[in-house]
Design a protein. Structure first.
Length: 288
């Protein structure tokens, strides 16, 4: 609620000039930004599909789609979207649920790595965090986080090998051992989704007058980094990303109303709209 209040206060302070200059200049950019929701959702679904295959679950297409969208719904209702595994494992037998939880979290972690990677590059390009001068300590900390993230991600099976005496751990280890390319595929799809997020946001801002340049792209990467690290309760960090976007992108001299509107549209098409589709699919499934 505090974030929503801050966001409301920021909107209330918009001057008449900001509202008057809020004009759709490039409709094609706006249209392309909205359309990119389809490849974005498709890449997310591919991550879920290869996760099921790696676990050894060969379900029909309808079940994969229903469980995927159900995961979006439960993710929207949990902090930082971490609860997407809840909607997913509901559709499968109990014996598969531990693997679904663990490997869905691993899939989520791959998206975290993508955000931190490009966020770190953004800080190096801009030379600052938000609108403040970046210190060597911040850059060093990010590199340490990146290093630990990559080591944890790619050497998780080596760590699990130390606990193979436990049945559940042994199953996880065997899945990773037999699917060497699984984590690399997840990371590739996560990087692809991050590029789509960047393209969507930059297209939306471009639709309202922003010009493409390296500073704009790097600033968008920084927005996603800080948003990802910021705590949230539900609804896909609504209010948090908008506040951060206003602070970071506003420093570039972009129109505040355009920034807020662009961020809200991206949130709606990428998060809220798929969740509404998920609610419809889940309701139909319950009726059957």
């Amino acid at each position: 609620m505090g974030v929503i209040f801050v966001l409301f206060e920021q909107i209330r302070r918009f001057d008449h000039e900001a509202w008057n200059s809020f004009v759709l200049i490039r409709p094609l950019s706006f249209f392309l930004a909205v359309i990119l929701v389809f490849p974005n959702i498709w890449l997310a679904f591919l991550k879920w599909k290869i996760t099921l295959t790696s676990i050894g679950i060969y379900s029909d297409s309808a079940l994969r789609v229903q469980s995927f969208f159900a995961g979006i719904v439960t993710g929207m209702l949990t902090p930082n979207m971490i609860g997407n595994f809840i909607g997913r494992f509901y559709y499968f037998e109990r014996k598969h649920r531990p693997q679904i939880v663990v490997f869905t979290m691993l899939s989520n972690f791959s998206q975290f790595i993508a955000s931190v990677t490009f966020g770190t590059i953004a800080i190096m390009i801009l030379g600052k965090v938000l609108v403040l001068d970046s210190s060597q300590e911040v850059v060093t900390l990010l590199f340490v986080v990146l290093l630990l993230s990559y080591l944890t991600y790619f050497f998780l099976d080596n760590f699990l090998a130390r606990f193979k005496a436990r049945q559940t751990t042994r199953v996880f280890h065997e899945i990773l051992k037999q699917n060497r390319s699984y984590r690399l595929k997840l990371l590739g799809l996560s990087f692809g989704r991050f590029f789509l997020f960047t393209t969507q946001f930059s297209l939306m801002l471009n639709a309202f007058g922003a010009e493409w340049n390296l500073t704009l792209i790097a600033s968008i990467w920084q927005v996603y980094l800080i948003t990802m690290l910021a705590p949230s309760l539900f609804l896909g960090k609504i209010g948090i990303k908008e506040s951060i976007s206003l602070f970071v992108l506003g420093a570039l001299g972009l129109n505040d109303v355009s920034i807020l509107f662009s961020s809200l549209v991206i949130w709606f098409v990428n998060s809220m709209l798929p969740a509404l589709v998920g609610l419809a699919i889940c309701r139909n499934q319950l009726k059957e």
